[in-house]
Write a protein that binds this ligand. Structure first.
Ligand code: DLL
Length: 442
């Protein structure tokens, strides 16, 4: 049964009747396309190549006529080539570092920043957060959108913000405990590290005031959510976003944790077949493509995120009309191919965490030995198991090996390691170390 909806003007767009929402999206799409066409030579050229003008967008489905944009377009126009506002109206820039070369740069007008705050406020309210919450922001501050995005969103909610940024794990725990922090915002992998650190400081996470974790910026699995919730008293909430579109807050789960709701009045989602570019019907898995509907400084049209997911219009128990995406546990860039099979690190995470005794710290190492690719998975195990007999440890290794093979169809070399031996990350974690091609940059 749908929960009783309390009218709140800030959250009202979450509950718009679908037809009204579609109307609003069309109006905003037309405005965005016009803005991009008139102000960004790159977009105009792309549209002209297809003999398109803004007038060709008469209904929402016409979006499929428009060309896609990709990360390379941002690199090629580095740093400000896609800006549609003069620099005196651009009040902030962020940048995201790529694996190679220059970062991509994104810009915001004051109104863009207000929208960014609004979506995060709406997301936080949908979880049940209020101005009484004390929010520790442990995403990195700086060019990365995570820290400042969550910071200003939580502040706009009226919550008390503790701008901890990433790192100094010991101090993070101390702040959480001493300040009575109720919400933590960080990457899920960093939070796992905080759980361990608290344990080693003799602090039971369950004794803290923490109620919510707003986790994102990297793929994580349902199994990881279970692990986090079993070791704390928090609701682990998925927040999704990317710099090119706005940063965190493109989509966020409500308290029902049924997949992130897209803030569709500001971001228009499509799912396409990554190979053909064709728009897929609802429910099918493919690549998420996003179009900004209000961004002034840097409108993005049909941006290919490389994130794989599906969209659902199925009504959530919260009553929001905003469509949801399935948790993004796979990103096409993270996929590796081993012996002809496509594998995603999160498949391995699912396999590992379904076995009792494993910890959510793992590393995947790919090697080429005598022309054969090998897949090694190093995984930390619970220290209660360390003292076990060799045969018990071997049995655990076999169980994990079977679990991995069942999911990915490939036999992996499993290496159990002591707790706290694998590298920890303060931000986005890198799970795969590919040693097969010395020329390849990881
Ligand atoms: O990671 C923005 C962000 C910050 C989102 C904090 C959530 C929380 P980028 O550095 O540009 O921006 O990286 C964007 O990260 O395309 C996804 O591949 C991945 N990603 C972000 N959120 C999630 C999530 C920020 N909840 C890229 N689940 C995206 C899975 C995510 N992947």
């Amino acid at each position: 049964m749908a929960n009783k909806i309390v009218f709140d003007p800030v959250n009202a767009p979450d509950f718009l009747p679908v037809e009204k929402l579609r109307e609003l999206q069309l109006t905003r799409l037309q405005q965005t396309v016009l803005r991009a066409y008139e102000r960004v030579p790159f977009f105009r050229a792309r549209m002209e190549e297809r003999n398109l003008t803004p007038n060709d967008i008469q209904k929402l489905e016409d979006i499929a006529k428009l060309p896609f944009s990709i990360k390379k377009d941002l690199r090629d126009t580095y740093p400000f080539g896609l800006f549609a506002s003069p620099m005196n109206e651009v009040v902030r820039v962020h940048a995201s570092s790529g694996t190679t070369g220059k970062p991509i740069v994104v810009g915001y007008t004051r109104e863009d920043l207000r929208v960014w705050e609004e979506v995060i406020v709406r997301g936080m309210k949908s979880v049940g957060m209020t101005s009484n919450d004390i929010v520790q922001v442990s995403y990195g501050y700086g060019l990365f959108t995570g820290g400042l995005g969550a910071h200003y969103g939580a502040e706009a909610l009226g919550a008390t913000v503790v701008p901890a940024s990433g790192g100094n794990t010991h101090r993070q725990i101390m702040l959480m405990k001493d300040f009575g922090v109720t919400t933590i915002c960080c990457t899920p992998s960093y939070f796992i590290h905080l759980i361990d650190q608290a344990q080693s400081m003799g602090i039971d996470m369950k004794s803290l005031s923490l109620k919510y974790g707003i986790f994102g910026a990297e793929p994580w699995t349902q199994e990881m959510r279970k692990y986090i919730e079993a070791n704390t008293n928090i609701k682990a909430i998925d927040i999704y976003g990317l710099s090119e579109i706005i940063g965190p807050g493109v989509a966020m789960e409500c308290i029902h944790q049924a997949g992130p709701h897209i803030f569709e009045d500001y971001f228009y989602p499509e799912i396409i077949d990554p190979d053909t570019g064709e728009v897929l019907p609802e429910g099918e898995q493919g690549e998420l493509v996003l179009t900004t509907l209000s961004k002034a400084a840097m409108p993005m049209i049909r941006y290919r995120t490389r994130d794989l997911t599906s969209l659902t219009t199925e009504r959530c128990a919260c009553g929001r009309t905003l469509r949801r995406i399935k948790r993004i546990s796979t990103r096409s860039d993270d996929m590796f191919i081993i012996r002809g099979v496509n594998v995603f690190p999160t498949q391995i995470e699912t396999a590992l965490l379904s076995i009792e005794g494993t910890l959510p710290h793992y590393q995947i190492i790919l090697r080429r030995e005598h022309n054969l690719d090998t897949l090694e998975v190093q995984v930390e195990i619970n220290d209660k198991l360390i003292g076990d007999t060799v045969s018990e440890v071997t049995a655990l290794e076999k169980r994990i090996c079977r679990s991995v093979e069942q999911i990915i169809g490939i036999r992996a070399i499993i290496k159990l390691v002591q707790p706290d031996t694998l590298q920890r990350s303060e931000g986005k974690i890198k799970r795969v170390c590919d040693l097969r091609d010395p020329h390849k940059i990881n």
